[in-house]
Design a protein around this ligand. Structure first.
Ligand code: PMP
Length: 407
């Protein structure tokens, strides 16, 4: 069943309140539905207390709500609740894996395999760990269309590769990587597999078991949830063996002055007071998205991006777009307009009420590969309409006209 756009849009107060705004920056962060705003407010108004430590009813109710959110997020990705660790965001999740797993398992001469399309969140933590362990970083190259060069994989996957960490969907190219295939080949070569799901989890159905990875990271704020809560999923057997990342309250079994022992997962990885209200509201966001239907959201994104690329190709030859054409492409369109600076394009579009992002989108190695310092980027989500894509195209035509002497 296709998505009922008008009723979806009514769920988002900011969108209803700003009828002239064309919000095309959901890849950076999504807007929030009423159900999520209400969940956050209701918790603070009616049930707020710290979790996991109170004997009184209010704290027990808060703990129940927090653990219920864990169950919901587990259902959202086809996992077990004890495999769901609440973190702040994808960046923290990937740092957790790099530090907790990487520092203990990587040695000099080992290799970490990434790709040329990674977000800095899946590069810098590995750089930090490589510097400390002496491990070396390699990257899967890209094809000219912006897909992974899978032919290179067999040669790259030597026995020295101990971890493969890969983005599921690129925040610049929109490419959806064949993670299940890479995971299968990486596991056969004996490597741990980590997936950056920051862009895939909000936009398509996810079944972590089917992906075959060991870790899967995503952020709540990109999937209709609040800022401050995200998820690291870890395969139960791997989490069991994983030492803690941060130490403090809540993650321990027993503490002496000079030593401590640690709780089982997921508590072992949730030191200190967690983002309680944010996690509960993230649970509401996951319920909301599942209610709309993740497959419907994915099909809607796909239809929008196909329509947008077709119109750009046919009507704006001065616009260069990046990323593959096909079913393995999500609702992200990074582009350049002639030799104009991406920030000028974004500022000019803003004059027409069209919000797009400009910059390197935390993917400097990829932009270096594209031969550009920055791109502008339009991105779509469940509340984006075809009329908004039309306004974006018309806006770009105005910008082209305005800057025609500089193109
Ligand atoms: N990976 C990808 C592919 C992303 O798009 C982003 C956010 N732009 C991140 C990681 C980092 O997410 P966060 O800032 O929420 O930690």
């Amino acid at each position: 069943m296709p998505l009922t756009l008008e009723s979806v849009r009514q769920d988002f107060p900011l969108i209803v309140g700003k009828p002239d705004l064309v919000y095309l920056d959901s890849t950076a962060s999504s807007q929030k539905p009423q159900a999520v705003i209400e969940a956050l407010e209701r918790f603070y108004r009616e049930s707020y207390a710290n979790v996991h430590r109170g004997a009184y009813s209010l704290s027990l109710a808060a703990t129940d709500a927090y653990e219920q959110a864990r169950h919901t997020l587990a259902r959202f990705i086809g996992a077990q609740p004890e495999e769901v660790i609440f973190v702040r965001n994808t960046t923290e999740a990937l740092n957790l894996v790099a530090y907790a797993w990487g520092l203990h398992n990587l040695r000099e001469g080992d290799e970490i395999l990434l790709s040329e399309m990674e977000h800095h969140a899946n590069l810098v933590p590995w750089h930090l760990v490589a510097q400390r362990t002496g491990a070396r970083i390699k990257a899967i190259p890209l094809t000219p269309e912006g897909r992974l060069e899978l032919c290179a994989l067999d040669e790259l996957l030597t026995e020295r590769v101990k971890v493969v960490s890969l983005v599921h969907m690129s925040n610049v190219l929109g490419t959806v990587n064949p993670v299940a295939e890479v995971a299968r080949r990486a596991k056969a070569a004996g490597a741990l597999v980590v997936v950056d799901g920051a862009q895939s989890a909000p936009h398509m159905p996810i079944d972590v078991k089917a992906l075959g990875a060991d870790f899967f990271a995503f952020s709540g704020h990109k999937m209709c949830g609040p800022t401050g809560a995200g998820v690291l999923w870890g395969r139960a057997e791997v989490l069991q063996e994983l030492p803690p990342f941060l130490g403090g309250g809540e993650m321990i079994l027993e503490v002496h002055v000079d030593r401590s022992s640690y709780a089982r997962p997921p508590q072992r990885f949730e030191a200190g007071t967690p983002p309680i209200a944010e996690a509960i509201a993230l649970g509401a966001a996951a319920e909301y998205l599942m209610g709309v239907g993740m497959e419907q959201i994915w099909q809607h994104d796909r239809a929008l991006v196909e329509y947008c690329l077709k119109r750009l190709d046919e009507e704006l030859p001065e616009v260069r777009t990046f990323g593959p054409r096909g079913k393995d492409r999500g609702g992200v369109v990074a582009f350049s307009l002639g030799s104009l600076h991406a920030h000028d394009v974004a500022c000019a579009l803003d004059q027409y009420g069209i919000a797009v992002r400009a910059g390197h989108h935390c993917a400097q190695p990829l932009h270096r590969k594209l031969g550009l310092a920055s791109t502008a980027r339009a991105s779509f989500y469940l509340y984006t309409t075809f009329e908004e894509v039309d306004r974006f195209i018309e806006g770009l035509k105005q910008v082209r006209e305005f800057f025609k002497d500089w193109l």
